[in-house]
Design a protein around this ligand. Structure first.
Ligand code: ZN
Length: 480
């Protein structure tokens, strides 16, 4: 009998996903940090001050795909078997696969809840396209090719969204966030987010649910597109520029919407605020393949036509003479050309570890554009994952602790570049995102905790809802 009384009452849980939200912005006031907005975000502050909060360490790599899926499966990217959006499909040189929802073979929280006969509403969570059925309602995310395709579950939900938006199209993303037309970018981000919140509030009001999760991608887009206008630490920042308040204005708007949502909840709903990674000023880009070429590790068949940028896919690599090649992005991936593994492998299999260690050392010793230590770190997949499935990069590299991005293209005049080969982008991802847990009728007094990891979110949600944690989930329940 006693056990019955002690059993925690199953709760409903709302997860507010703010793609790319960094701890300093939400957790610090303007007095405490140049980017601190806590004193201007009353609703988020309320959750923090009564809740448990702290930095949430992302996956390695700290990229939207795989991060959100790692969060909601409680599995690391090695177990998931994808290491980014684009992945090597096999050990050939060019076959890639895109990690859509079809690439996910582990259960996410709402799939576990479906089996437990609980109802979920899922809006904007990455890797939910193509649509998979669940008990509940789903609106897919960025990476949905077009809303002309099925982007909701059930399919008919799209007609309700049409009505909510008065026939305006629902935006899964902004079409191009790496643009110089900042006014247009801002307009698109605001419109997209306003529409999303209209849909979220409609679903909160009209649908039954035990678990509700949404992710707003607009925050990631505004960070990448507008960061230099805001952050005084950005090398291109100009004080007093006309876009100085673009990002804080958007945060204040998100906070108002969150305030409205909190007002719609019953007294039995716990709230989590989480992000998949943080953001920081991007110093510049480092031409990873050009560097490998200069080091003699990557050999091309012809001299390059130095007429502008040439993407890696467009050059002819002399594979028989090539030891390693790389890929661009917010972090660098390095692939080794191994005998018996790659079609024209050069590194004898017995030398694999030796060569990998040499390249790791070389990368970690790289100087920055001023000759100072860059502070780069190269990770070996088997050292950071419980298991390594499919084809991981041989090394995953945070250049300058993520202050530098990786440029895969050739044809830059220098190894260091301050323009992005894929369009203007001022922010890089940072390892730490945010975690806030607020419980109704329980004041945690704004307890700050360290050491939280993305995968803890899945276990914590299930625990809040009174459900058992599957033993293969890698996260732990956040103590409360
Ligand atoms: Zn993200």
């Amino acid at each position: 009998m006693l056990n019955l009384f002690r059993r925690k009452k199953p709760r409903r849980v709302l997860v507010i996903g703010l793609d790319c939200a960094p701890p300093a912005v939400l957790f610090k006031t303007g007095q405490e940090h140049p980017l601190g907005l806590k004193d201007q975000l009353p609703n988020l502050s309320h959750l923090i001050d009564e809740g448990i909060y702290g930095p949430l360490s992302s996956s390695i790599p700290c990229i939207t795909v795989p991060a959100w899926t790692s969060m909601f499966t409680g599995k690391d990217p090695g177990v998931l078997g994808f290491y980014g959006f684009r992945n090597r499909a096999d050990y050939s040189y060019d076959k890639m696969f895109i990690a859509t929802a079809n690439a996910i073979h582990e259960k996410r929280v709402w799939e576990i809840l479906t089996e437990a006969d609980k109802t979920s509403v899922v809006v904007g969570v990455p890797q939910t396209y193509p649509i998979k059925p669940l008990k509940g309602y789903l609106v897919s995310s960025f990476l949905t090719p077009s809303t002309d395709r099925q982007y909701t579950f059930p399919h008919e939900l799209r007609y309700e969204i049409d009505r909510v938006l008065d026939g305006q199209p629902y935006d899964v993303d902004v079409p191009q966030f790496r643009t110089e037309d900042k006014d247009h970018l801002l307009k698109q981000i605001w419109e997209m987010t306003e529409k999303r919140f209209a849909v979220i509030k409609y679903l909160l009001r009209e649908k039954p649910w035990d678990f509700f999760v949404f992710v707003e991608i607009g925050l990631d887009r505004i960070h990448h597109g507008m960061w230099k206008f805001w952050d005084p630490a950005h090398p291109k920042h100009e004080p007093g520029n006309p876009y100085q308040n673009a990002i804080p204005d958007y945060y204040r708007y998100l906070d108002r919407e969150i305030g409205e949502i909190l007002g719609m909840l019953d007294d039995d709903t716990a709230v989590l605020v989480v992000s998949d990674h943080g953001a920081k000023a991007m110093e510049g880009g480092f031409a990873i393949n050009e560097w490998l070429r200069k080091e003699g590790l990557l050999v091309l068949k012809d001299d390059l036509p130095y007429e502008g940028l040439v993407p890696f896919e467009k050059v002819e690599v002399d594979w028989e003479k090539t030891t390693a090649w790389g890929a661009g992005g917010y972090y660098a991936r390095i692939f080794l050309n191994v005998e018996g593994r790659e079609p024209l492998g050069k590194i004898p299999a017995r030398d694999y570890e030796k060569v990998r260690d040499q390249i790791k050392e070389m990368i970690e010793a790289l100087p920055d554009h001023e000759g100072k230590p860059m502070g780069s770190v190269a990770f070996k997949p088997e050292e950071v994952y419980r298991e390594v499935r499919n084809v991981p990069p041989d090394l995953m590299v945070y250049l300058g602790n993520l202050r530098w991005r990786s440029v895969g293209s050739f044809g830059l005049p220098d190894l260091y570049t301050f323009e992005n080969d894929t369009g203007p982008d001022d922010a890089n991802h940072d390892q730490d995102g945010v975690f806030v847990l607020w419980e109704p009728r329980k004041d945690h007094g704004g307890r700050y905790v360290e050491g939280l990891q993305l995968m803890d979110v899945a276990s914590t949600v299930l625990d809040l809802m009174g459900l058992p944690i599957p033993p293969d989930m890698q996260g732990r329940v956040v103590p409360r």
